[in-house]
Structures are given as structure tokens and as C-alpha cells.
Design a protein around this ligand. Structure first.
Ligand SMILES: NC(=O)c1ccc[n+]([C@@H]2O[C@H](COP(=O)([O-])OP(=O)(O)OC[C@H]3O[C@@H](n4cnc5c(N)ncnc54)[C@H](OP(=O)(O)O)[C@@H]3O)[C@@H](O)[C@H]2O)c1
Length: 336
């Protein structure tokens, strides 16, 4: 059995992770932390989960675990990662702290000096389908952002192809409100969000932009720039990204699709939809799937890509990464 600890178990990703790990046949959850609810049961915080009598604590006995999951705000996560790694514990971080490879880029997008820049080179970017080989036996895993997961998975087959893409690539993405975390903010307040639909940080101003472009750069040197426009969708969970990729010359779906099937036909969590079928949140909610639909409009490929932000976009992908790190079947404990 893998002995696991969860930091930040009362947050949305932490709670999702507790639920996944408690039904994982090869994991024992040893501790779950909370500052605000220390000493209480997790089921006191989430009364809809009376089957989870886990006691929350501020203490984290690192000598009793093999792996910790950091479901914490950025910066707090990196500080905890240093302590856990020093204690010899594997770290799977769900925050943004170890995703960007450059500490200056991190500082400019996250308004903080990076607490542990010496660990950035070692951290493995845990978009599992891309980095399986590096994940095996890794000490520190940076679980990708939710929007980047929904955008990078469908872009990779195109970027690694020799298809003549011309920029910019446009990603128009909509996220359910749990993407903003449990701490209430004005724009996620029911009265502001209900019956509303709002763009925010559109163009090139959202923090996930440098993360997405960093990974796009792995696959193609002349990567077109990205225009990334997130929206707040008044649903509990789910991300739907509609991505527009332009080609220099006319292409057909018969030419494009083989790049997707070659890359993803055997991937358990990638659901390639038949030509013309559009990805929806219903394809993926409460699963670790990414559903991808392909539609051609003239010289533009319109991709629809859907994930559950709390599962493939966070806790599910973190478990998928843990499975690979510890060499167990990758789908264990996850809904395919
Ligand atoms: N929500 C998503 O869809 C999503 C997707 C991918 C990645 N992420 C990332 O995952 C991390 C957690 O996100 P979330 O949505 O679960 O956030 P959240 O709902 O706001 O929960 C944050 C958790 O961190 C704890 N916490 C807050 N400030 C802390 C501090 N200074 N030190 C220690 N613990 C602190 C809180 O616990 P107590 O108050 O009980 O102590 C709470 O359990 C974030 O870095 C986020 O960017 C989120």
C-alpha cells in the first residue's frame, strides 16, 4: 500500500482527492491537513460526505507517508514541498508552483518570488500522457493547470505533425465555478455568477498562458502565439475549450485525424469523438477523461475539448501521476 498525506484537504481539489484516494485500492490516506478546521472531521466540512470520517489536523507526520499531495495556494505549496522532500517524501503538487521552469516568469505572473527555485529543474510536468517516462520514480511532480490540460492535450498532435499551421491559435475556454477554489470572491458569489456568463483576463493576460506556451514550445520551435480567453460559466464543474487552429493551405479531416489517432487511440483517458461530434461537459463530468471533437471550417480546425476541472484538471490527474510514479496500473482508482 502507498501511504498518502493530503495538504489542503478542505479545498475543492483536496476534497476531490480524498474521495478518489479513499476508493483507491492501493492507497491508505494517513493524514489530511487543514488550518481552519483542524480537529474536525472532513464530513463536518462536507456534510454530504458522511462516509469520510477523516480527522483534519495541522500536524503532518511526514515519517508516516510515502507521498504527499499539495492542494494548497501557490507559494504555500512550494514551502511545504521543500519540507516534504527533505523528509524523503514524494511530492505531487496541484498548485502552479513547479509548472513554470523559469523563476522570473513565475515571479512576474504570480506576483511572488519563487520560494524554491532550485527545485524547478527537477520538477516533472505531470501532463501524464506527455511525460510518462519522466514521471516514473519522480520525486516532485507539478500537476498541470486545468485550462492548460484542456488546451494542450488536443494541440499536441497538431504541433508535433508537419501540418502547416499559421498563427495565432485561439483558445476560447469556459470553466465551472469550482475552478476558482472554495474561498468566496465577488465574481464567484452566487448572485454575481448565477444566470450570468463572464469573460475574464482575456487575450494574453491569464496566468495559464505562459504555462501553455512553455509546453507548446516543447513540440514545435515556430509555435504560433496563443490568444487565450477564459470565461466563468455558472456550473459547478467542467471546462470546455473551443480552440481555433488555422492552416496555411486547405487540409481535410482525413489528413488531420490520423495524427490524433496515432497519438491517442490507446490512451485510456482520451476520448476522440467521431468527426463532427462536439465535446460537451456531459462527456467528462466526474471522470478523468478528456473528450476531443474535431470540426473543419474552411482552413480552420475547430477543436472542442472538455475535461472535469477537478478530476483530469486537478485531483484525477494527480492520482494518474501518482500511479505512474509508483509503477502501478495508471487507471487504478480513476473513472475511464
Ligand atoms: N479548483 C480547480 O479547479 C483547480 C484545478 C487545478 C489546480 N488547482 C490548484 O490547486 C490548488 C488548490 O486549489 P483549490 O481550488 O482546491 O483551492 P481552495 O478550494 O481554495 O482550497 C485551498 C486549501 O488550502 C488551504 N489553505 C489556504 N491557505 C493556506 C495557507 N496559506 N497555508 C496552508 N493551507 C492553506 C485551505 O485550507 P484551510 O483553510 O482549511 O486550512 C484549503 O483547504 C491551488 O493552487 C489551485 O490553483 C485548482
Amino acid at each position: 500500500m502507498i501511504r498518502a498525506g493530503i495538504f489542503g484537504a478542505t479545498g475543492y481539489t483536496g476534497y476531490e482527492l480524498v474521495k478518489l484516494l479513499q476508493r483507491h485500492p492501493q492507497v491508505d490516506v494517513v493524514f489530511a491537513t487543514s488550518q481552519s478546521f483542524a480537529g474536525q472531521k472532513l464530513s463536518d466540512v462536507y456534510p454530504q460526505a458522511p462516509h469520510l470520517p477523516l480527522i483534519l489536523g495541522e500536524d503532518a507526520p511526514l515519517d508516516a507517508v510515502d507521498v504527499v499531495f499539495l492542494c494548497l495556494p501557490h507559494a504555500a505549496a512550494a514551502e511545504t514541498a521543500v519540507t516534504a522532500l527533505t523528509a524523503g517524501v514524494t511530492v505531487i503538487d496541484l498548485s502552479a508552483d513547479f509548472r513554470l521552469k523559469d523563476a522570473n516568469t513565475y515571479a512576474s505572473w504570480y506576483d511572488k518570488t519563487h520560494p524554491a527555485p532550485h527545485l524547478l529543474a527537477e520538477a516533472v510536468y505531470g501532463l501524464t500522457e506527455f511525460t510518462r517516462a519522466q514521471l516514473t520514480g519522480a520525486r516532485l511532480v507539478a500537476t498541470p493547470g486545468c485550462y492548460p490540460t484542456s488546451i494542450l492535450l488536443p494541440l499536441r498532435p497538431l504541433l508535433t505533425s508537419n501540418l502547416p499551421i499559421t498563427g495565432p491559435i485561439i483558445a476560447d475556454a469556459k470553466s465551472g465555478i469550482s475552478g476558482a477554489g472554495r474561498t468566496p470572491k465577488q465574481n464567484t458569489h452566487f448572485v454575481e455568477a448565477h444566470n450570468n456568463f463572464s469573460p475574464y483576463k482575456i487575450g494574453r493576460s491569464h496566468r495559464h498562458l505562459p504555462e501553455i506556451e512553455q509546453v507548446m514550445g516543447w513540440f514545435r520551435q515556430d509555435t504560433p502565439p496563443l490568444i487565450f480567453s477564459p470565461h466563468l460559466l455558472p456550473v459547478e464543474r467542467g471546462i470546455l475549450s473551443t480552440i481555433y487552429v488555422n492552416f496555411v493551405e486547405r487540409v481535410t479531416l482525413e489528413e488531420i485525424r490520423p495524427y490524433f489517432t496515432a497519438m491517442y487511440a490507446n490512451e485510456p483517458f482520451i476520448c476522440l469523438l467521431p468527426d463532427g461530434e462536439l465535446a460537451t461537459l456531459a462527456h467528462v463530468t466526474r471522470t478523468n477523461r478528456c473528450a476531443i471533437g474535431l470540426t473543419l471550417a474552411g482552413n480552420t480546425l475547430v477543436i472542442t475539448s472538455a475535461i472535469d476541472n477537478l478530476v483530469k484538471g486537478a485531483a484525477g490527474q494527480a492520482v494518474q501521476n501518482m500511479n505512474v510514479v509508483f509503477g502501478i496500473e495508471e487507471t487504478t482508482g480513476l473513472t475511464v
